[in-house]
Design a protein around this ligand. Sequence first.
Ligand code: AMP
Ligand code: ZN
Length: 116
Amino acid sequence: MDDCIFCRIVRGEIPSPRLYEDDDLIAIRDIQPVAPVHVLLIPKRHFADLLEQGRAPEGPAVAAAVARALPAVAAAAGLPGGGFRLVTNCGPSAGQTVMHLHHHLIGGRDLGPKLL
Ligand code: AMP
Ligand code: ZN
């Protein structure tokens, strides 16, 4: 995925300080934060979205790696109050603009009512 922006960040071609990194994913701060804490968890492997991940043989292992990394990412992000919301947009109609799977970890303020 030569021109995928998140693949380029993963490869280090676009400098972006990493809050967290392991073999499977990186976590970086979003450039247009919607809250005091807005971190992106980005699998190193290119999946266009959640559905592509789910269909790939190695996809569930990457999903598990994200779950395993969350405590360390949340600690590194610094979350006053402790709570956060994890959001994954899947597809343009759901607001996904970068077609490389990523999860938004949002917090650092009262997030208000639930989405649904
Ligand atoms: P989504 O709309 O769910 O696809 O989210 C894409 C997110 O990536 C947006 O919140 C953007 O602000 C963020 N973003 C795009 N380019 C960069 C970048 N170079 N570094 C950090 N965040 C980025
Ligand atoms: Zn990519």
